[in-house]
Design a protein around this ligand. Sequence first.
Ligand code: GDP
Length: 543
Amino acid sequence: MSGDIEQTIKEPAAVSRDLIAREVARRRTFGIISHPDAGKTTLTEKLLLFSGAIQLAGAVKARKSGRHATSDFLEIEKQRGISVASSVMQFEYRDHVVNLLDTPGHQDFSEDTYRVLTAVDSALMVIDAAKGVEAQTIKLLDVCRMRDTPILTFMNKMDREVRDPLELLDEVESVLKIQCAPVTWPLGMGKTFRGVYHLLRDEILLFTPGEERADGEVEVIKGIANPILAERFPLEIEQLKMEVELVHGASHPFDLQAFLAGKQTPVFFGSAINNFGVREILNALLEWAPAPRERDATVRAVSPTEPKFSGFVFKIQANMDANHRDRIAFLRVCSGHFERGMKMKHLRIGKEIRVSSVVTFMASSRELVEEAFAGDIIGLPNHGNMQIGDTFSEGEALQYTGIPYFAPDHFQTVRIRNPLKVKQLHKGLQQLGEEGAVQVFKPADGGDLILGAVGMLQFDVVASRLAGEYGVDAMFEGSAVNTARWVTCDDAKIFADFQRALSHNLAIDAAGNLAYLAPNKVNLNLTQERWPKVVFHTTREHA
Ligand code: GDP
């Protein structure tokens, strides 16, 4: 990638407020959250097939299994056959522009997984109906809750023997603390899965197995009382009628406002692998999920339809393509109109840049982007001067908020074999820390650097990047640290005492923030009890 700072001056074309408003209104930016193996990859592929963005089943899957070299951005992805870093897929459907932000779903997921959710306007939660709510879903939902992100739910794998649907809803409500509003209801399951009943439209959508049907033609029978149903599925229909009565009595009717406030989730049943129930999800996304909304910044809230461009970086990815050994900063557009070649201000460093080789992310490849509106994700070439959370605007000094760093769950100490490389190690870790690839803690008492990550795989990524990009052969070892919290205190004297008493547990992160590193949760709880005036934070904002 070359020439991102272009010499020729190009004035941005005037774009009317009406056009911006229209473009914003037709955008939907969402991410899929799920526990590994619930069916996120399968559903992603069906959504792309359905919209016509891809023609061939297998393209997304192939990427997951590592057979498609072009999408395997990092060497490590190839080796493990999983998607380490999330990517972005844009497609059009029914005159809408849909941006689907992929969240790595392997159990070795990383901070990226969390942070992608700060850039979406809604989320689709996929649950394996045989398993119910699983650990990673709980964590991801907690992150969605930070911004009250509206959530749609897809109960997947109805073609298998699954759990009782009422029990599944109960579990979502009690474990995830979100109201369920079933929109479709299953007719049978496993071998006798016949389809779903659409509660709002009073129609039965009949199920026929089949993986490759992109057109999604489904036979529809009007009315739950239709005699055809009793003829064809005498057993299942009686059961359905009973359940629907229960559902009407016991569950919540769909309430758009409650959904938009993140308090209620519409629930759909289906089978991703059979492309069944996918159309209903896509339609709900278009009809109910929000277009880009106002976003908070330090000085004011910014409306997506304002004429001036602004946005923030939520992810930085290295070496997306072996042919371009570059880094890409993923920027979520929050307002105005982006046009290739326009000037924008990098507010943290106070510099104006003119970006011409910005990339967008179509389902199949990276393409040069000509224009973008709020909700779109654009990729800026990054030569090491961009950080997670950086805001870009046409000049106005504002900083988007709510792009957090999360307290790591895993820790390792890092050492190098060759002491002459210590400088490179520090430089590498500084940059990787700024990119959000890993968190770097420098113990207040000195000693080896401690790396913190949300997922273990982050350490492998860091080791391979330190070797490949900085020529540093680093050794990682287990650390006595088990959990971390950023600490602040309004009372300077108490804070000074705290720091003196606990210096062996304190460390400074890459942005200069003080963190308390605890050997275990018991220690953390005790310390919190002993120092009630000190605040222990599980997240921190961009510096
Ligand atoms: P991910 O880890 O969440 O991305 O899950 P995948 O999409 O890779 O799916 C995990 C496994 O579940 C794969 O073997 C899929 O073929 C299978 N799977 C996905 N959807 C369905 C479904 O609707 N029914 C059945 N029976 N299997 C499914």
